[in-house]
Design a protein around this ligand. Structure first.
Ligand code: DGJ
Length: 753
């Protein structure tokens, strides 16, 4: 609900409210963002600045906005904190309130930027400045979050140039810690938490894209907040390009939070009567800790960001040929993989890089979307027909935004690629970016990708993008607008095609991409243990239904870690399950195990993909649960196993205290070779621990790990379910958990009827 009374504005949903007012001098004074309050609480919540703080700064006769918590500010009106808007030249950017308007629903944007959709109300605040500019601030209130954006209209008779324009600015009172998610290729989403001080914390990407270096989402929390208690705010931006956020504390205990497009190299000319629209900034609040905030963000993404067709819709279990084949495949090899994938239970076969042009490695052919007939003599339609016969849907990889200089496309249109600084050509993964600011480039992409999708009856597209560029400068934003236009033109008319976006893994994991692609490939780091941490940290801001997470080979190609197959599956269950290695090398025991994994995942697929995720307390390693009305599934992912382990427990949450529940751990198998030399104590014959007999036995047979089952009240389980003892070499009994390093299990908790 949005209320307005005497220029006080209240935006309130069930769990939070946002309150501000217009001061007698036309400033927008921020009053409150947090627990639900009333419009009549404005005076109680306002800061009391009495007769001022001593130094002056505003235009004559005005109060000094320098010390006021504000909703928007600018240069030239006495506020020395960070300005959300900067123009080239002398143009003043201080604004005063003119009028307000409440709209039913969202107010659609004019440009191609995506925005949150669904049931909402929007408050529009219109301000003007002495220079002839009009500023529209939009506040769209959803049931779980608030979106803010700003639009600047040039009402002068000459061109003006924007150097920096934020989507939102807000001054919040209090003491906060800021958590950002940073990293690099194969090391996405590492979390960093620091107190917000007077120099501020900046979270910014300047690589042309939202980037794995600094995810646009961040959190502010009150000191002492935990997963389940305390005040936590979540922020994000519906944008895939260069982004910027800064939180800076001022002496008076007010924190200025700005969010928007990065000002680095930004420049936008606005002709008379033209408007510039910023992307939407998203914010939400919870007093129930990080889990409370995540729950609201997840609902917001699932209900208002991902394309309508895919909201709450189960995603297929897929097989992707990339890590198994790379560029080296042909139709018989693909069909051999497809047959095995189908037998295991996969539903979708994805042909990754290498299917078109001269793309036998990553040095050539990118941009030439004609099928490589040597590899696929029957074309896309021929392959699709065979897959369809097997009962598999067909998915296809593209990387439409880039081009190899060694390609027909580049030879024909060298001017379509973005040339780098001072004419020096800098390649990233042997690629140049195409200039998506150009209509003819966008048309080429739309025509070619659409043609291939239609020709191959493709039901899933992996849209990759494998380079950064700091050289895009002012055209970076135009390219991002161009990208959104392409996505809309291709997938708008093809809503049933499931789009998974990817950028060297999670280099573009953001809400902008999620408006078109309901899922994103989380990382090229497919080592299960590492990716568990990546998934865990993604879960602060993004629901598990958006996280592509595949099982890959062990020992892993990047870490050489030999993670048990059971754990590789269990971790992927907490995202969108897929398999990505050469299935022709699977042993009978592995085949059995994967078949069981897929069947288990399918049994609980909706809960895994759309149940409410919570990060749980764990005594060793990581624990997460997903829960809905059908089941509560708790994953416990252990780290290194101590020789003398303490008693261990899991701590499910959200159960009904008085109700009885049945708990059962997933039945899973162990490689007999895990026991090495110990086998000599149990086998009647003498065997060498690393000999052929043990190795062959390991391939053919697996030992079953203990299944722990019990019944208990919700209250008891939430207090900590005591787990079966772990094997520690002092003896054996069949109820023992036999997992070694990085062992894991899933505990299925269902209400007893
Ligand atoms: C990078 C992606 O992240 C990988 O999954 C794969 O699609 C390769 N590109 C293909 O070149």
């Amino acid at each position: 609900m949005i209320l307005s009374e005497n220029n006080v504005f209240l935006l309130r949903n069930e769990e939070m409210s946002y309150l501000f007012r217009v001061t007698e001098h036309g400033n927008l004074e921020h009053l409150h963002f947090g627990a639900p309050v009333r419009i009549a609480d404005a005076d109680a919540l306002a800061v009391k600045y009495g007769t001022g703080w001593g130094s002056t700064g505003g235009p004559e006769g005005e109060e000094f906005p320098m010390y006021l918590p504000l909703e928007w500010s600018g240069l030239g009106r006495g506020d020395y904190r960070e300005s959300p808007l900067e123009m080239a030249g002398e143009m003043p950017t201080g604004f005063k309130f003119s009028y307000s308007k409440i709209h039913e629903g969202i107010v659609p944007m004019e440009c191609s930027l995506p925005q949150a959709k669904g049931n909402a109300e929007t408050l529009e605040i219109v301000c003007s400045n002495v220079g002839g500019l009009t500023l529209h601030l939009y506040y769209t209130l959803f049931d779980t979050a608030l979106c803010r954006r700003a639009v600047l209209v040039n009402n002068t008779d000459r061109d003006v140039v924007i150097r920096k324009m934020m989507s939102s600015m807000l001054d919040m009172q209090g003491t906060y810690e800021m958590t950002t998610f940073n990293g690099s290729w194969i090391a996405e989403m590492q979390s960093y938490k620091a107190p917000v001080g007077m120099s501020g914390i900046v979270n910014e990407s300047t690589t042309g894209f939202s980037s794995a270096l600094h995810n646009p989402g961040f959190m502010l929390s009150e000191p002492g907040a935990s997963e389940d208690h305390g005040v936590v705010y979540g922020f994000n931006l519906i944008y895939s390009g260069n982004h910027y956020a800064r939180v800076q504390r001022a002496n008076e205990g007010i924190n200025r939070i700005v969010q928007g497009i990065s000002p680095v190299s930004f420049e936008w000319k606005l002709a008379p009567a033209e408007a510039f629209e910023t992307p939407e900034a998203v914010m939400t609040y919870s007093s129930d800790g990080y889990n409370g905030m995540s729950c609201r963000m997840h609902r917001f993404v699932n209900e208002h960001i991902v394309p309508e067709r895919w909201r709450g819709k189960d995603r297929p279990v897929l097989y992707n040929d990339w890590e198994g084949c790379m560029f080296d495949f042909n139709e018989p090899k693909l069909m051999s993989l497809a047959k095995k994938a189908k037998k295991l239970g996969c539903e979708l076969f994805v042909l990754d890089d290498g299917w078109f042009g001269a793309r036998d490695n990553d040095k050539a052919g990118l941009g030439d979307y004609s099928v490589n007939r040597k590899k696929l003599p029957h074309g896309l339609s021929g392959l699709q027909a065979k897959l369809e016969k097997l009962g598999l849907a067909f998915g296809l990889w593209f990387e439409p935004e880039a081009v190899n200089p060694d390609s027909d496309l580049f030879r024909a249109h060298p001017d379509w690629a973005i040339s780098e600084e001072n004419g020096v050509v800098v390649l990233g993964r042997n690629e140049l970016l195409l200039d998506l600011g150009k209509q003819e480039v966008r048309d080429y992409i739309v025509e070619n990708v659409s043609r291939c999708i239609d020709e191959g009856k493709v039901s899933y597209v992996k849209w990759d993008m494998n380079r950064h560029s700091t050289a895009l400068g002012a055209s970076a934003h135009r390219c991002i607008l161009g990208l959104y236009e392409c996505l809309q033109r291709i997938f708008g008319p093809r809503p049933d095609v499931l789009l998974e976006s990817c950028s060297s893994g999670g280099n573009r994991f953001d809400l902008g991409m999620l408006c078109y692609s309901p899922q994103i490939w989380s990382s090229d780091d497919t080592d299960a243990v590492e990716r568990c941490r990546i998934q865990y940290n993604l879960s602060y801001l993004y629901p598990q239904s958006t996280i592509g997470a595949h099982v890959s080979e062990a020992p892993h190609s990047q870490t050489l870690r030999n993670t048990p197959l059971s754990t590789r599956g269990n971790i992927s269950f907490f995202g969108l399950l897929g398999y990505e290695f050469d299935l022709d090398n699977l042993s009978p025991a592995e085949t059995d195990e994967i078949t069981n994994q897929i069947a288990f995942y399918k049994q609980f697929r909706h809960t895994f993909q759309f149940g409410q995720l919570r990060r749980l307390r764990a005594e060793n390693g990581i624990s997460m649960q997903v829960a809905d009305d059908d089941a509560c599934l708790v994953g416990l992912f252990q780290g290194l196993v101590p020789a003398a382990p303490g008693y261990e427990r899991i701590f499910p949450q959200g159960l009904m205290p008085e109700r009885p529940y049945h708990v059962e751990s997933r039945k899973q198998w162990l490689n007999a070779a895990l026991f090495g030399g110990l086998l000599r104590f149990v086998l009647p014959i003498k065997v060498k621990p690393d000999g052929i007999l043990v190795r062959t036995a390991g391939k053919q047979y697996r030992m079953q790990d203990a299944v722990q089952a019990c019944t208990a009240s919700g209250s008891a389980l939430m207090s900590g379910l005591s787990l079966n003892a772990r094997f520690m070499g002092t003896g054996y009994d069949p109820s023992m958990r036999m997992q070694g390093d990085f062992g894991s299990n899933i505990y299925v908790i269902t209400e007893e009827k």
